[in-house]
Design a protein around this ligand. Sequence first.
Ligand code: HCA
Ligand code: CU
Length: 380
Amino acid sequence: MRSLAILDSTLREGEQFIKTFFTLEQRVKIARWLDRLGVTFIELPSPVSSPETREAIQAICALGLRSHVVAHVRCVEADVQAALDTDVYGLNLFFGTSTELRSYSHGRRIEQIVQQSVPLIQQVRAAGRYVRFSAEDAFRSDLVDLLTIFDAVVEAGVQRIGLPDTVGIATPRQVDRLVSLAAARYPNVSIEFHGHNDTGCAIANTIAAFEAGADCLDVTVMGIGERNGIASLSGIISQLYIHYPDLLAHYDLTQLMELELYVAECLNINIPYNMPITAPCAFTHRAGVHTKAVLNNPGAYEILNPTDFGLVRHVDVGSRFTGRYAVGHRAVTLGLQLTSEEVAQLTRAIKERAEHGSLNDEEVNTFILAWYEEKGSLVW
Ligand code: HCA
Ligand code: CU
């Protein structure tokens, strides 16, 4: 079986999201939660970012988590030394390699990037720590430049190379090609992918990277990160759950919902309506055709079993698209015994009422009970 590491970067990339500010206590709590869920790596910012960040790194390292704690560090000697002075398991080094970043960000030529990175990689290895080198903006970088750099850093001893789609420009096909090429050329190092969501392809690209040979996938809770973020933890988990369930065998998936609720609370936002698994409506069914099939067999329209995530499904009855089957089912749960003709009448009545706006569960129940009472008094 292939191995796969999920690297959660909620505490690093996620803090680059405009709405995020985690207190020390929140950082520690989130790290514990990620560990309980079962992610392999927890990425933290560089200790040089701020004194409290350094404190948080040490506090999280001191928890003795099963997840490996790594710091995201520039290829700058002082930054590397500061990270080595903490107890992190490893260093995630990075350097911008595209013309855009070389021109407008750090101004280094390819040879300079190599000259600067190689001794630092050797230093981290000599210190007995895990080291990864990532070519920032890999998907806008010249292929020859990329391979020149990767050849050098692999030779210098990196254990993993990173191919981030920093600006979210790649298509799944491009990801497939570049990751396949890297996997074939560097069979002895791990390959990490980090996909931004500027064009909405982050989850698709991350899964494409996995299928092309990447064995470390970057995610954040709810996909938070710079601009509109990266692949979401729940999106990647949902794909793996369906297509590669063995890779999630050691995960406690029931932690996901509570973790997301907690991070959403820290950010003072709601979990987005379209988030896989954790969206409030992720297991809600509405249209009559769907609800009938789902009530017969949830697998008809559900590829994820909500109970595996500690969640429950919901069958909506209060819309103009509702169907008899779901209405009859709801009547039974309310303790009413209706004939099929009565169910048909009630369905018509709900649909008519819902033309003026959908009803929530409570309103539906009240409506059904009132309808039943009125019908009873008419018959009486
Ligand atoms: C950043 C950029 C980064 C780095 C990813 C990596 C990106 O915020 O520094 O180190 O692999 O998207 O390229 O997040
Ligand atoms: Cu990023």
